[in-house]
Design a protein around this ligand. Structure first.
Ligand code: NDP
Length: 241
């Protein structure tokens, strides 16, 4: 049986690595994000096993249409990886740009809910499957300037726990993966409004969690025996305090 995996935010960072990890294992992967050129290049690596899907997770109707319109060989989803997310405008709350906050809420919370709602019926009907949500240690440990970003990731953590409770008896598993400081350069510069110098300063002397580390942990959670639910995985760089 070939596993079918639906990965959001697959055009870069963790999502691209998760796509590659499952494709390397023989899975079919729907790789979703907004930047179609990147997805097309990723799909080219895998000779038909990766289906590029241009999708903005913030648009609930578009997500539902995209999921119901998948080609038959990619429609029977077993694993949903809700990875799309961003951190913007980290800094003092009283100076924050509301547009940054809205974008994080719409992507990290609403986007995740849209994809979950669209794909859950397939998993429940099969009485098996797995939802993996990318949270963050920022959802548990506060830090100055982390305000709304941290709150969106606390949402992801609590939604994951509640979802697991809801799905009791269905056979569908739920895991929340919570990374510490990651080595995805795009993510790190977005956090600092594209200021690469500031990002380099914060990351100096630290070997971050790599996208492949996250991909391995997601793959490990999915590979556990069907009776085992890995609730939460928290990964931090050794050098992160
Ligand atoms: P990247 O910025 O490298 O990747 C984010 C991905 O999300 C991109 O593929 C982007 O694709 C996609 N995305 C953003 N907005 C949307 C949208 N509206 N619709 C669809 N896709 C979208 O970040 P990372 O790989 O580092 O982060 C992945 C996840 O891990 C995020 O949820 C992040 O919060 C979390 N995380 C990251 C950490 C880190 O240090 N890197 C630490 C802890 C958690 P596109 O722009 O093409 O749409």
């Amino acid at each position: 049986m070939t596993t079918t995996v639906f990965v959001t935010g697959a055009s870069s960072g963790f999502g691209a690595a998760i796509t590659r990890r499952f494709a390397a294992d023989g899975a079919r992967v729907v790789a979703a994000a907004r930047r179609g050129d990147r997805l097309a290049r990723l799909a080219e690596e895998w000779d038909g096993a990766v289906h590029p899907l241009v999708l903005d997770v913030r648009d609930g109707a578009a997500v539902a249409d995209a999921v119901s319109g998948l080609p038959p060989e990619f429609a029977d989803i077993d694993v949903l990886v809700n990875n799309a997310g961003l951190a913007k405008g980290l800094g003092p709350a009283h100076l924050a740009d509301l547009a940054d906050w809205d974008e994080m809420l719409d992507t990290n919370c609403r986007g995740l809910v849209h994809c979950t709602r669209a794909i859950l019926p397939t998993l429940v009907a099969k009485k098996r499957g797995h939802v993996i949500n990318l949270g963050s240690v920022a959802g548990t440990y506060p830090y100055p300037g982390g305000n709304v970003y941290g709150a969106t990731k606390a949402f992801v953590r609590q939604f994951s726990l509640n979802l697991r409770s809801d799905l009791h008896g269905t056979g569908v598993r739920v895991t929340c993966v919570e990374p510490g400081m990651g080595g995805s350069t795009e993510f790190s510069t977005v956090r600092f409004h594209g200021d690469r110098e500031k990002a380099a300063d914060v990351y100096a002397g630290m070997r971050p969690i790599e996208p492949e580390d996250i991909a391995e942990s997601v793959h490990w959670a999915v590979s556990q025996p069907a009776h085992v639910n890995v609730n939460t995985i928290e990964l931090m760089p050794v050098a992160q305090s």
